[in-house]
Design a protein around this ligand. Sequence first.
Ligand code: PLP
Length: 474
Amino acid sequence: MSPATWTPARSRDELVALCRQHWNPTAATLYALAHRTVESHAQGCEVIDEDGRRFLDFACSYGVFIVGHANPQVQARTLAQLEQAALLPWGVAHPACAAFMAKLASLLPADLDRVVIGNSGAEITELTLRAVLAAQRPRRRIVVMRHAYHGKTLGALNLLGQAGHRQPFLPLMQEVDFVPFGDLPAMRRAVTPEVAAVFLEPILGGAYLQVPPPGYVGQVAALCREAGALLVADEIQTAFGRCGRLFAFDEDPTVLPDVVLLSKGITGGHTAMAVAVMREALVQRVQSHPDFHPRWLGSDSGGSPYACAAGLAALEFIEQHELPRRARLLGAQLQAGLARAAAAHPQLVLDAPGVGLMTGLKMRNPAVETAVAAGLARRGVHAGHSLNEKAEHPVLRFYPPLTVTAAQIDQVLAALHEVLAELARRPAWTHDLANQVVKRQYRLPEGLLRRLAGSPQRGPQRGPQRGAQPFTTC
Ligand SMILES: Cc1ncc(COP(=O)(O)O)c(C=O)c1O
């Protein structure tokens, strides 16, 4: 092996300066502003920074590290595959991929057994949208939930239920209807015989974590069946035990989606992978398109043996350790604690939505969300800050690894109690004033942001100085 040539940044300021120069100036400034430390490594439920400070990771990259960071069982099998063959050209069969696909299909209802692999959630959403339009031609109408998140690439953006984030890129596909999540009469009006598909997160994730009324998913599935529309279940956040079941849709045994989208936890955080599991009948209809090309249902770098080995190992770990059951039990503890926090501070927290270990706090406004996330970070807890300044009442997510312990949950709840008590001592109007700043955070002059951040050093500047750039996540 050749010696490592990469030298890590020597200090946090240097890292921020490098990020500012080569990545995104505004993101670097916000990183400095939030006084984020430099992460060094992670193990189990903990992230450890360069100074050895430990953080309980209840953000988990919005649910990616479902089996815990650097899970030894999953890591060993992933590394073994890396040494044998990491990537193979498209179309080459590999035992690791075959085993992964067979395992995944075995966890889903029998009819769902065609596995299409890509790299990101947005990519797999786009691929599914193409498949839907090809199979359902001439139907083109798509129904999506208001506030839904299916990714932000241009194709996926057609289905983004967050109007503010679509606006700059209009005109997009005209035939998309957005309906309020959980509103069955609105869904009934929208799902007409012209509809090609309904894209649905069974529990709405993103910055708007929302649990539907009982029976909602089953009733949407029935409406799709009646209208001949396909049902695409986006389980990118909800799958693999996160919500206390292997998949959120299978709460109702009558629900059989035509496509299930999966990503995030699928490789246990060892590499990026996204999957659409489709029903055979749908794939056949796509293939019957006169211009069909096999690459409609795949991508060159999607489904590498490396990713598939990680996926198989993660799925086996989830099954062996009964992580869905664990999420149900420990989720009850976390949800109860969050509900108590919400009830104690109604001026800051509006609600504590959640299912299993997919939980959160619906905040008064983005400024309160930011302040609580920062207060928790100071106390050694990472929570899933939505960074969504356009959401009126964003939900700060608590998505720990499903390997979390009861003691770790208690520790987080104690930290949360302190943070909320501290914020509650300030008059409510200060939170609303702070919100005016947070709402403009990506548009404030960079000089001002840098002063607020304590003037991190700039890296050597080559070329013209760049200004603030938009930087948003879900
Ligand atoms: C439900 C859901 N769908 C799709 C996506 C898009 O995935 P990616 O960020 O990998 O493109 C996300 C990402 O957070 C998601 O939560």
